[in-house]
Design a protein around this ligand. Structure first.
Ligand code: NAP
Length: 307
């Protein structure tokens, strides 16, 4: 068996880098697998205006680069590769990366989550050019503009209500008549005079000019007829999915695949911790993920000192 690490961290969003910062400052020499596309969901946003400490805002890629530098400064070893699988059935735990095995006394999982996309025609072309999956991140760019929100769950209601702070009009587009959202969230959206509704409607394709989104072709899901709608921005809010492929059947997850924290940040396997969006179905903010990364690091440190 090769070297046994104290801590291996899987994932490189705010949670993973914060866990790395804390475990490296605790002299645990963490090894962090950042993945090929390191930095997590903030790499997909432009300006981050709600991370405390940056009154002028900061680019998503820039703040993640700073997170990384700070973790490296204290001795985190970072490998930009994807973990293919982990084996938590025996100790030390085994982490396999491109056929190479790494061993560790503890693991911190911070693999994050990804927003689900619709997959409508031309979607790739307009991602980040009018189509977003995060109203908190991008809503402020649509001041006095008309936007649409797709989805009928709590996320869609919440995003639509939030967007009315900026947009002149928000149209919720949902594929069915009935909403999946809770009564209270639906009511709040229904009572908002800036929110308009297009039920029984789906997006067929996105339309634009000069590579900027200007509207969509909609399909009425009842009679299959198409129509055009013009708007300035679109927010897809049809749910998130946690990224847990490398951990399949290794730790307990909830009905949606999110890793369950048994106590504090510990998973169902003692010595394995999980933090950030891979466990968080509620807040999903960079600052909350970073906070959980700190918690997981402190828990891992405590666990190692007792084992
Ligand atoms: P969700 O409850 O799964 O709702 C997803 C919505 O998107 C559904 O209305 C669904 O339509 C629609 N949808 C899914 N795939 C689609 C597709 N391919 N095309 C068109 N529409 C599609 O997801 P969520 O709203 O993100 O909520 C996830 C969990 O977080 C829920 O438990 C929710 O209560 C919770 N949450 C809570 C709050 C809060 O309390 N503040 C805020 C946000 C989320 P159908 O209805 O037709 O399936």
């Amino acid at each position: 068996m090769s070297q046994v690490h104290k801590v291996i961290i899987i994932g490189s969003g705010p949670a993973g880098y914060t866990a790395a910062l804390y475990t490296s400052r605790a002299l645990l020499k963490p090894l962090l697998f950042a993945g090929y596309a390191s930095g997590g969901q903030l790499m997909l946003t432009s300006d981050v205006e709600n991370y405390p400490g940056y009154p002028e805002g900061i680019m998503g890629s820039e703040i993640m680069s700073d997170f990384r530098k700070q973790a490296e400064k204290f001795g985190t070893e970072i490998v930009d590769k994807n973990v293919s699988s982990v084996d938590l059935s025996s100790r030390p735990f085994k982490v396999t990366v491109e056929g190479e095995d790494f061993f560790s006394e503890s693991i911190i999982v911070s693999t994050g989550a990804e927003a689900r996309w619709l997959g409508a025609e031309n979607e790739d072309q307009y991602k980040g050019r009018g189509i977003s999956t995060c109203a908190t991140c991008d809503g402020a760019f649509f001041k006095d503009k008309e936007v649409i929100v797709i989805g009928g769950g709590d996320s869609a209601m919440e995003e639509a209500t939030f967007l009315t702070r900026f947009a002149s009009k928000v149209t919720i587009i949902h594929r069915r008549e009935g909403l999946r959202a809770s009564q209270i969230m639906s009511l709040r959206a229904r009572e908002n005079p800036k929110i308009d509704w297009k039920l029984n409607t789906s997006i067929k394709s996105w339309t634009g000019a000069d590579n900027i989104l200007t509207g969509a072709v909609l399909t009425n899901t009842k009679d299959n007829t198409d129509s055009n709608l013009s708007f300035d921005g679109a927010f897809i809010a049809i749910g998130h999915q946690p990224i847990t492929g490398c951990l399949e059947n290794q730790v307990d997850v909830d009905g949606h695949g999110y890793i369950l924290n048994k106590i504090n940040t510990m998973t169902s396997v003692e010595g394995v911790f999980a933090c950030g969006d891979v466990v968080d179905t509620r807040y999903r903010q960079a600052i909350t993920a970073a906070g959980m990364g700190c918690m997981a690091a402190l828990e891992a440190e405590k666990h190692l000192s007792h084992s």
